[in-house]
Design a protein around this ligand. Structure first.
Ligand code: DGY
Length: 324
């Protein structure tokens, strides 16, 4: 008998067909992203669940008493209540590696867009505001040869550092739980304290996973340390930043601008103060959103689910649950 699964998000056709071949599938039909409450209602007797950002905690686990495997279609898994999963001895998987280079591309795009005011200039041209050339009001900031401080030197951090150091000849410093001597040697990076990074960088780029230790890692004190002509970029998770503190720093001119792909509450409301600022580039959490990478991630999530349900190895089990 095929294992029963619930698919809580849209999947590209070849991935849906692969799952249909191996499992008995039920699907979330929308509208919109499934909420925790809706998932608890729908989960029924599913043994496997394929999900993205929906919180998976007591509510879903209580309702889904047959659940054995949760496959998270993302690299980050801060939506999973790991302690609750551990108690139930459930397998949870995620999709690291395939998105590293794609997210690094987007991080550089945000950094460049914020520094060279790409989206603000696009808006200016489209509203007929281009009346004379090279006006000082159109000036942005140089990127090449500037100092980039990366907070969080995992695989994506390294991919960003490589682009910045080798492509833009930036002076790259980083702060991480532990130093990465190999990356230092390969790309000429330098490890430093978080304070030194904040005090001296022209661009501060946040690339840490969201954990209880990193929540609001960037707050009032951290933004206050940044240079007034520095730009902050966040491609990690919105909750790593105290958004009130970021808004304050931008309003007070403590920093020059920001490039954001993620927010404390997503989707961000159109009324949000960050969306009213011309020196803030805002994207809708699209770090991994290319056709190629999303297809690869969807296949990885589907394979993880099928392999875990049918006892095959290897699957990309989230690190904290690998020992059970
Ligand atoms: C991830 O996979 O964690 C990215 O943020 C895309 O969701």
């Amino acid at each position: 008998m095929k294992p029963r699964i619930y698919i809580a998000r849209d999947l590209p056709e070849p991935v849906a067909s692969y799952l249909e071949e191996h499992c008995e599938c039920r699907y979330w039909q929308g509208p919109g992203d499934i909420s925790e409450e809706q998932l608890a209602e729908k989960i029924g007797d599913a043994e496997g669940l394929l999900v993205t950002a929906t919180p998976i905690g007591q509510a879903v686990l209580r309702a889904g008493s047959s659940l054995r495997v949760i496959s998270n279609l993302s690299a980050g898994y801060n939506n999973l209540d790991l302690r609750a999963l551990q108690q139930r001895k459930l397998i949870a998987t995620h999709t690291p590696y395939v998105l590293d280079e794609t997210v690094a591309d987007l991080a550089m795009a945000l950094l460049l867009a914020a520094a060279r005011r790409v989206t603000a200039m696009d808006r200016l041209v489209k509203r007929g505001g281009w009346v004379k050339g090279m006006d000082a009001e159109l000036y942005g900031l140089d990127v090449h040869h500037k100092r980039l401080g990366i907070i969080g030197m995992g695989r994506i951090g390294e991919a960003i550092a490589r682009r910045a150091a080798l492509g833009f000849e930036m002076d790259v410093v980083y702060y991480n739980r532990s130093p990465k001597p190999e990356a230092e040697e390969r790309f000429g990076l330098r490890y430093c304290s978080m304070d030194t990074l904040l005090d001296t960088s022209d661009f501060v780029l946040l690339m840490t996973p969201l954990t209880p230790e990193t929540k609001h890692l960037m707050g009032k004190a951290q933004f206050a340390r940044m240079k007034s002509n520095a730009i902050f970029v966040n491609v990690s998770r919105g909750e790593n930043v105290d958004e009130e503190a970021l808004i304050y720093a931008l309003q007070q001119g403590q920093i020059a601008g920001a490039g954001l792909d993620v927010y404390e509450h997503e989707p961000i409301s159109v009324e949000h103060p960050l969306l009213q600022m011309d020196n803030v580039v805002t994207l809708p959490h699209i770090g991994s959103a290319t056709a190629e990478t999303r297809l690869n991630m969807a296949f990885a999530a589907a394979r993880n689910l099928v392999h875990a349900l049918t006892g095959q190895t290897p699957v990309q089990i989230v690190p904290e649950l690998q020992q059970q």
